[in-house]
Design a protein around this ligand. Structure first.
Ligand code: SF4
Length: 64
């Protein structure tokens, strides 16, 4: 199967919809819930969500 996503910036591998790394099937992705995820993809998603949570926390602490 070949899939090309209109949100994918091929130069940077960034998702223009989610404004961060393209990982097919991640939360908010157009493919969320429509594809089976490999263990490697699940690991990448967990890593990305941890990164994003840390950034949110740092931003929230910066506002105090
Ligand atoms: S994360 Fe999903 S919506 Fe975003 S560019 Fe990748 S395939 Fe497209």
């Amino acid at each position: 199967m070949t899939f090309s996503c209109k949100n994918h910036d091929f130069d940077t591998d960034i998702c223009k919809k989610l404004k961060s790394r393209c990982i097919m099937g991640r939360r908010g992705c157009v493919l969320e819930g429509r594809v089976a995820l490999s263990e490697e993809t699940e690991r990448l998603i967990a890593e990305l969500e941890k990164e994003l949570a840390e950034k949110r926390k740092a931003r929230a602490e910066g506002r105090r």
